[in-house]
Design a protein around this ligand. Structure first.
Ligand SMILES: Cc1cc2nc3c(=O)[nH]c(=O)nc-3n(C[C@H](O)[C@H](O)[C@H](O)COP(=O)(O)OP(=O)(O)OC[C@H]3O[C@@H](n4cnc5c(N)ncnc54)[C@H](O)[C@@H]3O)c2cc1C
Length: 424
């Protein structure tokens, strides 16, 4: 277990006093949300003890490179320099798993038997890969991708140029497919649904990406149900619902993530497909906040939902910091996300929902385009590729709520500042 020097955590019994700048804050989960929060607290002038507990052995690191840079020397990137935590008097407990939460006593217990009292607890426990519900899912050579340790395994596989089958055409699956194919590894992507990114992208973007991946040699098969993985100890074959089989030396399962809500549930906090939080990051227990992938959170204009993105975890870290510091809550931010696939730098703002008019601007053929999603004449979301100006303009159009003319929006000759037909 790696430990930084600094103030020792308090070991307490019994409930604690109300919070303020001196409050003892314990953060469970040293990922994107947790690392952002501890930095924001110190930036905001928090003087009290801060403990950051994470079950992974690494200092908080960037997850996006795990699926985008795993064949390059840029895989391992820490979020903050390792010495940051000691300098900021943040007690970092790495390789330590929190196993018990007594919300009434405001006390946590960890695998190594440590106990931590808190005034504010922040659950930033993230999510874990959804396991493949099929026989053979535990064979050697079947893996998922969430952690740096997972990415190192993947990198080592690919160094041997073995045949890779990816189950699930979500963002992670497609990003890995692009990198592996570029590295000369034969890749097949199997998607149960009728299109790639079915849950999170428009059918227009799905079609464009399917074509782009196909042109680079990624074999994408939709409506492909995996029934079993077969092999003698190690995976050798994927058995499909159609009755066919595919040879495989490695299988990467990327079929979504399950929020880590167990601690919250055991402590009786409200959970509904995630830890339920409000726009101040509070859970149903006023001394417990939650942020990041583990939560279901309010999203303006949409309702409560689970967002899995760094911008969302960072926004919630700002909310939690404000709650702990007693400062005004930050203004709500528009959800956004990015993904790098092939030579496409994708940026998506707003929540993509079915049933909206989708206006294409630009040219997918040259890899530069924007898809604007309209509802009653207003832009609600935008999906862009290699188009930073359209992404920025799209965000402004969404925030302003102005009515737009779809014909002018589709015409790259019309500047985006001139597509409005007036206020709603
Ligand atoms: C391969 C990959 C690529 C991604 N690419 C992008 C991208 O390009 N853009 C983007 O916006 N988002 C991306 N994401 C999503 C993004 O990484 C997550 O939304 C973000 O990490 C969420 O932050 P978090 O703090 O909620 O969870 P995490 O960063 O997952 O951190 C949670 C931490 O808590 C730990 N933990 C859980 N339970 C306990 C416990 N009981 N005790 C101690 N520790 C515990 C976990 O092990 C983990 O280290 C990607 C994710 C992955 C996996």
């Amino acid at each position: 277990m790696a430990r930084n020097p600094g103030p020792r955590p308090a070991h307490t019994d019994g409930p604690q006093q109300a919070a303020g700048p001196e409050a003892r804050v314990v953060v469970v989960g040293a990922g994107h949300g947790g690392a952002a929060l501890v930095a924001l607290l110190r930036q905001g002038g928090h003087r009290g003890e801060i403990v950051l507990i994470g079950d992974e052995p690494e200092h908080p690191y960037q997850r996006p490179p795990l699926s985008k840079k795993f064949t390059s020397g840029e895989l391992e990137q820490v979020i903050r320099p390792r010495e940051f935590y000691a300098e900021q008097q943040v007690v970092l407990q790495l390789g330590e798993r929190v196993t018990g939460l007594d919300a009434a006593a405001q006390k946590l217990t960890t695998t190594s038997g440590g106990t931590f009292g808190y005034d504010f607890l922040v659950l930033a426990t993230g999510a874990r890969p959804r396991p493949l519900p099929a026989p053979g899912a535990n064979l050697d050579g079947v893996a998922a991708l969430r952690t740096l340790a997972d990415a190192r395994v993947l990198r080592d596989w690919l160094a041997e140029r073995r045949r890779l089958v990816i189950v699930g055409a979500g963002y992670i699956g497609l990003e890995v497919a692009a990198v592996a194919t570029a590295a000369g590894v034969p890749v097949t992507v199997l998607e149960r649904e009728e299109r790639v990114l079915n849950r999170v992208a428009s059918s227009e973007l799905s079609a464009i990406l399917t074509a782009a991946h196909g042109a680079r040699g990624v074999d994408i098969r939709v409506d492909a149900q995996v029934c079993a993985l077969a092999g003698n100890g190690a995976v050798r074959e994927v058995v499909l619902g159609s009755g066919g089989t595919l040879p495989a030396d490695g299988v990467l399962v990327g079929i979504g993530a399950i929020p880590n809500t167990e601690l919250a549930e055991a402590a009786g906090l409200a959970c509904a497909g995630g830890i339920v939080v409000d726009e101040t990051a509070r859970t149903s227990d006023p001394a417990v906040l939650a942020i990041g992938d583990a939560t279901v959170r309010p999203v303006a204009g949409v309702g409560r939902m689970r967002l899995e993105s760094i911008p969302s975890a960072t926004e919630q870290a700002k909310q939690a910091a404000a709650t702990i510091l007693g400062t005004p809550p930050p203004a709500p931010e528009l959800p956004w996300f990015w993904s790098d696939q092939l030579d496409l730098k994708l940026k998506i703002a707003g929540v993509v929902l079915p049933g909206r008019e989708v206006v294409l601007r630009g040219d997918p053929g040259i890899g530069r385009f924007a898809l604007f999603h309209l509802e009653r004449g207003q832009v609600r979301a935008v999906e862009t590729a290699n188009s930073p100006a359209e992404f920025m303009a799209g965000k402004k159009l969404i925030a302003s709520g102005v009515l737009v003319d779809p014909v002018r929006l589709a015409d790259p000759a019309v500047p985006l500042r001139d597509v409005s037909t007036g206020a709603c």
